[in-house]
Design a protein around this ligand. Structure first.
Ligand code: GLA
Length: 332
């Protein structure tokens, strides 16, 4: 049994680093204090393609540098998120100077320039990168998502991205990251992708399970357990990279709940406790668990899928107080 006053980062220190995503860097002292509960930081948006290279060849590292400085000051690790994704990537990447779809050569060149510049820039600070994000199709038997990267370059864009990142920093752990990949449909496709990459000697070292979970998913724990076993079989590290536990199952678009009910709060506590119990059992393969925000008021869930609807998916309440189950998560 651990002391009540310790933080989640400290309590899990010998298991895996518990991290948090950071948005706006203009923080109150209270918000800065909350960050200290965690042992690793991720930029929520500030290190995505559109933030780092909004115009071709014009890189802006100001946010990333400020965040890595903060991590260094707080003795925290730093995850890189994310290099190649179909969202938050500027339109210029995929068109040529005639306004037509960029050729394979041009798109590859741009991908290479971006990954190489960014990974080298942050190589002293960042210990792992989500190299490719969300490349797998959600439904049906389609394998890869029809993203602009796929359309311009072809299926090997994924492997190429990992090779370029590895060349830029051979010590960095390189991750494939996606959502719902603990569920059977996507898990099997993810397994296939990672197996193919490994068999082709592509330097992929880990799989990120984003972990945008909800309190209604009865299958969460058994699905996650099977997924952890399955990815571990490929000899990969596993991280939960964007953890939050929504009060709503998707697609539940109700917007009439103004404060979380007692039932919701209790259920959320149970889910978090069961989840961390399972993760602790897999400490051999899990190398990080990151919460997607500190307190409820900053969560992206407040705008997704229903703009302006409040959700309460994180460990700290809107007023920065820890939720009732926080202390229970630390008791093991
Ligand atoms: C995905 C991305 C994250 C973030 C969330 C929503 O999971 O990987 O960077 O944008 O969507 O906030």
């Amino acid at each position: 049994m651990k002391e009540k006053s310790i933080t989640i980062g400290k309590a899990y220190e010998e298991y895996f680093p518990i991290g948090v995503a950071v948005g706006n860097l203009q923080m109150t002292v209270e918000q800065q204090e909350l960050l200290k509960h965690f042992k690793s930081l991720t930029a929520e948006n500030g290190m995505k393609f559109d933030a780092l290279q909004p115009c071709e060849g014009k890189f802006d590292f100001s946010y990333g540098d400020a965040l890595t400085d903060l991590a260094r000051k707080n003795h925290q690790k730093m995850r890189g998120h994310t290099l190649v994704w179909h969202q938050q990537t500027p339109a210029w990447v995929f068109v040529d100077d005639k306004g037509e779809r960029a050729s394979r050569e041009l798109a590859l060149l741009r991908m290479e320039k971006h990954i190489d510049t960014v990974v080298r820039h942050f190589s002293q600070a960042v210990y792992c990168w989500d190299v490719v994000n969300e490349a797998i199709e959600d439904r049906g038997s389609e394998f890869l998502r029809k993203s602009p990267w796929l359309a311009c370059i072809g299926e090997d864009y994924i492997g190429r991205a990992f090779e370029i990142a590895h060349r830029a920093d051979s010590k960095c752990a390189l991750f494939y990251n996606d959502y719902n990949n603990e569920r059977p449909e996507k898990r099997d496709k993810t397994y296939r992708l990672l197996k193919e990459l490994k068999e082709s000697n592509i330097p992929v070292h880990g799989v990120g399970i984003q972990g945008h979970f909800d309190i209604r998913d009865e299958q969460l724990i058994p699905n996650l357990k099977t997924a952890l076993d399955c990815y571990a079989e490929l000899d990969l590290q596993i991280q939960i990279t964007e953890l939050d536990v929504s009060m709503y199952a998707f697609p539940d678009f109700r917007s009439d709940v103004l404060v979380p009910t007692k039932e919701m709060q209790e259920r959320q506590g149970e889910v978090y406790c069961q989840l961390f119990e399972l993760l602790r059992q897999y400490r051999e393969v899990i190398t990080g668990v990151t919460l997607w925000g500190t307190r409820d008021s900053v969560s992206w869930r407040n705008d997704f899928p229903v703009p302006g609807r409040k959700d309460w998916p994180l460990l700290f309440k809107e007023d920065s107080q820890p939720k009732e189950f926080y202390a229970r998560l630390l008791e093991f």
